[in-house]
Design a protein around this ligand. Structure first.
Ligand code: TMP
Ligand code: ZN
Length: 411
């Protein structure tokens, strides 16, 4: 550990670096199989820090946002039926509890391919999606969603207010942790939300990441891993108060946060704030232990792959996830150990993984290959994927690796 001049993006406190991951590519930046493209692949030095004051876990230097969010974004959230179902339940609850008045509309920050707003189209409820990646915005528009492409900030919110008025609900799922300039977002929300409105945020929860040793959640786009304490500090600077939280097991453990101008606070908020204090989310030492755990995960997986490969076994992966980019690059696992990775996303198929250059193949062909082992990189979607492939008659042994290696026969 060494001191640095970095400042916490939430509260401006001095930071010291806790984990150095070395050079990393942008996790969703899958490459064309082309020598020139591969040769000029962009990498950045990924180092993380935690703020000892507010508990905000962050990457200290983040690539330019235009390199990460553009017209070639490869993550399409609606690929997962279980996530679609998860957001349908949330959509129903918002329609029932918050959308009351003719002028009430819901704004989705990071609307992606419309996984959440589709529910509002289906129920003819006014909405607006905002996303920084043009190709996913276009995909959502083709489903009837009202969406615009842009970075969410004060200027954008001023123009939304002019054309549409203020929003009753601002929702942002799995997006806030992608946005380096978090104060710009809050400045926008401060303008855009109706006085009696609600902000709902959901993303991976820091204590879950620490518990699991699932360091894969950390990559260029995921430049924060938030918790109650850090979000509370950020939002209170703009007089938004944390009213309630709900915990979910998705994405290895996620938290949903409810903020408004109202100061009421549920018992759940107190419970999770106490938990965060107990497990010392704001202490550097916590991350030294986390780093050791993360290295163990990498070493165990790499040793397993080397051993099975030496016995002549065929090994592939399933889910060319952004998470797996951190794992593969940090552990230095490449095509010599994993032949290919299967994925159902059209924008990913035919490309190669960032940094490690493993070919990505069409998941609909997986069932015909009968690999000895399949590393489940989309371990967060285990039930959905393994059930689907069982039905397809795929024969393999699934390999999970967080927190331990676990083998399961596909049949
Ligand atoms: P995520 O873990 O970041 O949500 O990414 C999941 C990846 O897994 C995404 O690239 C889509 C892919 N996927 C499949 O290939 N087949 C499936 O059945 C599902 C649900 C996801
Ligand atoms: Zn801080």
């Amino acid at each position: 550990m060494f001191n640095s001049a970095f400042k916490c993006r939430v509260c401006d406190n001095n930071l010291s670096i806790t984990i150095d991951f070395g050079l990393m590519p942008i996790a969703n930046n899958l490459l064309e199989q082309n020598y020139e493209v591969v040769k000029s692949e962009y990498k950045f030095h990924m180092q993380t820090a935690v703020c000892n004051k507010c508990g905000c876990f962050q990457i200290v230097k983040v690539p330019d946002k235009n390199l990460m969010f553009n017209n070639t974004y490869t993550y399409f959230a609606s690929q997962s039926k279980s996530m679609t179902h998860h957001f349908q339940i949330l959509g129903d609850s918002i329609m029932k509890n918050f959308v009351k008045d003719e002028s009430d509309y819901v704004l989705d920050l990071g609307s992606n391919d419309g996984i959440f707003l589709k529910n509002f189209v289906d129920n003819e409820i006014d909405h607006l999606g905002v996303d920084a990646s043009e190709n996913v915005v276009n995909n959502s528009k083709s489903k009837g969603i009202n969406a615009i492409c842009g970075f969410f900030n004060k200027n954008l919110c001023e123009s939304i207010i002019k054309s549409k008025g203020k929003a009753k609900v601002i929702i942002s799922t799995n997006t806030m942790h992608h946005i380096e300039k978090c104060h710009e977002v809050l400045e926008g929300m401060d303008l855009l939300l109706k006085d009696d409105g609600m902000i709902i945020i959901e993303d991976p929860y820091l204590p879950d990441m620490l518990k699991l040793g699932s360091f894969e959640q950390i990559y260029a786009e995921h430049n924060f891993i938030w918790c109650c304490s850090s979000y509370k500090t950020l939002f209170e600077k703009y007089s938004f108060f944390l009213n309630d939280v709900e915990h979910f097991s998705i994405h290895g453990g996620s938290m949903r946060y409810y903020f408004s101008r109202n100061k009421e606070r549920s018992k759940s908020v107190d419970k999770y704030l106490a938990l965060e204090k107990n497990i010392k989310v704001a202490d550097d030492l916590t991350y030294e232990n986390f780093k050791i755990k993360s290295e163990e995960v990498c070493n165990k997986l790499k040793n397993f792959l080397k051993e099975e490969k030496s016995k002549g076994k065929r090994i592939c992966g399933y889910g060319a996830t952004a998470k797996s980019s951190t794992l593969l690059n940090f552990a230095k696992i490449d095509g010599s150990l994993i032949e290919c990775i299967y994925d159902s996303t059209p924008a990913k198929i035919g490309k190669i993984t960032p940094g490690t250059h493993i070919p990505i193949k069409d998941a609909s062909k997986f069932r015909f290959e009968n690999f000895d082992y399949t590393i489940l990189f989309a371990w967060n979607l285990k039930n959905e994927i393994t059930a689907k492939e069982k039905k397809n008659g795929a024969r393999t042994t699934w390999v999970e690796y967080v927190p331990e290696i676990k083998l399961t026969n596909a049949n």
